[in-house]
Design a protein around this ligand. Structure first.
Ligand code: ATP
Length: 232
């Protein structure tokens, strides 16, 4: 379980996110929905141990991420917006490189290549893959150390429809397998992808959580105010 308690953080003097709290359980996805610049990536940097908070705590299964980073970070898999894979290395070498960084058995690389349907591209440089397959590779990389918590920063951005659907299916599979998933987007309609699973949505505006609700409740609230989005 991931618990975020009253975190504030920023760059230099200014906190760009303020007093954010939420929690996500196993088999559940939490969607952070907000416009560009609202603070989603900053939140994810704090949650993944990249950017220290000026206030608040992040707990991964009761372990404080910022007090005991070693054990807590190991439980987190992060898919940043920029993917963080090497374009000049093949699919196999990308995964092998990160496996060595994490000190993980190379057998896990073959397992993930198969699981993510990347066998055909095993020796293809990551830079030559389609965006959809690059994201798949990046997600496989985030899963190398079999993390309990998956943090996915705008994973659908710039993907075509088949790319979104295939990545969506992998994410749903992860949720059903019991992972804790934190997902961000600035596109309201992406919420529809999570209608079949346990999903809470937090709306972030200018660094503050302004609304939090179950996805179903949020969709019916929105359809009630008739802005053209319905729950069916
Ligand atoms: P996007 O979808 O555009 O990435 P976001 O919701 O993820 O937006 P953040 O990237 O967290 O938002 O940005 C929140 C605020 O922090 C913005 O005003 C942004 O300009 C500022 N910011 C982000 N990164 C830095 C940085 N490295 N240094 C200074 N300010 C930053």
């Amino acid at each position: 379980m991931l618990t975020v308690e009253g975190i504030s953080a920023g760059y230099g003097e200014r906190d760009v996110i303020r007093d954010l709290s939420f929690s996500v359980k196993e088999n559940e996805v939490y969607v952070l929905l907000g416009a560009n610049g609202s603070g989603k990536t900053t939140t994810f940097r704090v949650v993944t141990g990249v950017l220290p908070p000026s206030k608040g705590r992040v707990l991964v299964n009761e372990v404080d991420l910022w007090l005991e980073p070693g054990s807590a970070k190991r439980k987190i898999g992060y898919l940043p917006e920029g993917e963080r894979i090497y374009p000049d290395l093949s699919v196999y070498r990308n995964l092998l490189f990160f496996a060595k960084v994490y000190d993980i058995n190379g057998g896990r690389v073959d397992e993930l290549i198969k699981e993510f349907g990347l066998e055909r591209y095993r020796n293809v440089n990551a830079g030559n893959l389609s965006r959809g397959f690059r994201k798949r590779l990046a997600l496989a990389r985030a899963l190398l150390h079999d993390p309990e918590v998956l943090v996915l920063d705008e994973p659908f951005s710039n993907l075509d429809v088949p790319g979104v659907l295939s990545l969506r299916d992998k994410i749903l599979e992860m949720i059903r397998m019991g992972k804790v998933v934190l997902f961000s987007t600035h596109i309201f309609t992406e919420l529809q992808h999570f209608e079949g699973v346990k999903c809470r949505v937090g709306i972030i505006n200018d660094g503050e959580l302004v609304v939090e609700d179950k996805l179903d409740n949020l969709l019916s609230r929105v359809s009630n105010i008739e802005i053209g989005i319905t729950t069916d």
